[in-house]
Ligand binder design. Sequence first.
Ligand code: NAD
Length: 257
Amino acid sequence: MQSVFSLEGKKGIVTGLANADSIAFGCAKALHEAGAKLLLSYGHAKSEPHITPLLPALGHPSLVFCDVRDDAQLQALFAQAKEEFGTLDFVIHAIAFANREDLHGRVVDSSQDGFALAMDISCHSFIRMARLAEPLMPQGGCLLTMSYHGASKVVPTYSLMGPVKAALESSVRYMAEELGPQGIRVHAISPGLIKTRAASGIAGFDAMMQEECGKTPLRRLVDIHDIGQTSVFLISDAGRSLTGNIVLVDAGANIKA
Ligand code: NAD
């Protein structure tokens, strides 16, 4: 799909690449096709062979290993961005994690450590990225993360990721207020269901997709390229007056009971 918005001259980091199914790949591809320069990061060593073949379609960007639990790795990622680009125009955070036993259990039974881990990787890492991005965005910029409808409504199989995404969405609003005076805009995109590696950890995901497909107003599901196009719009100058939003890209699923 050709982008109607130009990102010519814009530079940014896309995190969360695991393979060709990743939402991060849909974003990276759309951003590259709109003219942006990218620095990519991935968080699991075993993902590398699945990512390397994707690099030609993204303009051969640098690829950095960065486990967001390790502050030194996160700092090194932003140091490399500074070295390659000087300044940044955008950062995409497309990262989430919860231990399987917590994800498959009740929120009521979630472990203290498991909840803290899910919150750290899936929410606070976005805050840490914003802190590192801020000095690299003297002319403003755009920070995007990925949420899900389970943040505001109970989706039983989403378990503790519901409260974690709720914290992420609230963080987006506070960060938008705090960074707005510098022209740094902050949003969460909230995609409908997409079959990715992270999604495969959610019990009954295929059945959820089938049900959602029949009920969306557009009578279809969204894909990673829809999320990519939305990220292009939000980062582009066309999105310059938008901040603090939870942008639902779900073929309308959220309006149905
Ligand atoms: P994915 O598995 O392709 O991406 C998840 C990424 O998180 C992976 O690249 C993984 O390596 C990374 N990650 C996990 N722990 C990490 C760590 N410690 N350090 C660095 N990276 C780490 O799956 P996806 O569906 O593309 O997920 C991207 C985002 O989209 C997530 O926030 C997810 O919650 C969100 N989302 C997905 C859907 C869906 O239906 N797939 C719907 C709504 C929101």
